[in-house]
Design a protein around this ligand. Structure first.
Ligand SMILES: [Zn+2]
Ligand SMILES: [Zn+2]
Length: 333
């Protein structure tokens, strides 16, 4: 089969490798659509420590089951599926507390074992979720980032009627905002310094602001919930000041590992500020899939570019240039 093989950081090629064969508990998926995200850029750049090389990346994907392991009795060839890439060990202290996304041996298809920028990929059968006929493969490849957004909302504990400020109108910020609109936020503003990103947010029906001070102009007492979805430390620093008394600040974007924020312990104490983080996916695939199938997400706006496997370099460039939102690779094209 053809696959994008990352030999080492910053060195990948489209090459022929042998087709994956399912173990007894795996299935093989013919990949129809696979999204590229910020983590893939980090993997290509060698900045995602759990990744071994060589590897075939790609962790946001959907396709058709084409081979089934001998012990798998609940899936058959031809099933249309989305795949939860999570690989949790199941026995470490975090897994035993039902928090597998914090697993001591955390892994993911496409991040720590071969993934979906290929014609075929073998995955544990238990990670596979059937999709309704009404959901296209391209839409189903959005379930993984949407499952991260569902986990974010679970961590946020958004209350009905609350005010919410989403900082960053990228894929993750806009997915979370679309779910939050359905789940109770009464006031919802999306902040982005980039005008074209603000236009996309407006196209989705959101009020926007070009800066945190502008957003505070709309609601001077601050927002009950502030979600930092850029990973840019300066944006996080400014966003901290937009939290209302009694409010919650959530770190959702991936900042550089050594970045720091200045937090006033007096305000955290005196204003009873809650600070939470949200990391990847935790048993949120079914909910994300139901939300997607219900029409909660405008997939036409979200999927801005598609490329064939042969155009992987150009697809990566498109993600880096931030000209669109979700960029997908269609390996069978
Ligand atoms: Zn991702
Ligand atoms: Zn574990």
């Amino acid at each position: 089969m053809r696959a994008v093989v990352l030999e080492r950081p910053n060195s990948f090629q489209l090459t022929d490798v042998s087709d994956p064969v399912p173990s007894a508990t795996e299935v093989v998926i013919r990949v129809a659509a696979a999204g590229i995200c910020g983590t893939d850029l980090h993997i290509v750049d060698g900045l995602f420590p759990p990744t071994p090389y060589p590897i075939i990346p790609g962790h946001e994907f959907a396709g058709e089951v084409v081979a089934v392991g001998s012990e798998v009795d609940f899936l058959s060839e031809g099933a249309r599926v989305a795949v939860d890439p999570s690989l949790f060990c199941g026995h470490c202290p975090a897994c035993q507390r039902q928090r597998g996304n914090l697993c001591a041996q955390w892994g993911a298809v496409g991040d720590t074992v071969n993934g979906a920028f290929a014609e075929y990929v073998a995955v544990p059968a238990g990670n596979v979720h059937s999709i309704p006929d009404s959901v296209s493969f391209s839409e189903a490849a959005l379930v993984e980032p949407l499952a991260c957004a569902v986990h974010g909302l679970n961590r946020l504990r958004l209350t009905p009627g609350a005010s919410l400020l989403v900082v960053g109108a990228g894929t993750m910020g806009l997915l979370l905002a679309q779910l939050a609109r359905r789940t109770g936020a009464a006031t919802l503003i999306v902040v982005d310094t980039d005008q074209s990103r603000r236009q996309l947010a407006e196209k989705l029906g959101f009020g926007t602001a070009a800066s945190i001070p502008d957003a505070l102009g709309e609601l001077p007492s601050g927002y009950d919930f502030v979600v930092e979805a850029t990973g840019v430390p300066a944006a996080g620093q400014a966003a901290l000041h937009a939290v209302a008394r009694g409010g919650t600040f959530m770190v959702f974007g991936v900042a550089p590992e050594r970045a720091t924020l200045e937090v006033s312990p007096f305000s955290v104490y005196n204003d009873e500020i809650t600070i939470v983080g949200s990391m990847a996916v935790l048993n949120t695939f079914p909910a994300a899939l139901r939300m997607l199938a219900s029409g909660a997400v405008d997939t036409d706006v979200m999927v801005s570019h598609t490329f064939g496997l042969g155009d992987f370099a150009e697809a990566l460039r498109t993600v880096r240039e931030r000209t669109g939102l979700k960029v997908q690779v269609m390996p069978s094209r």
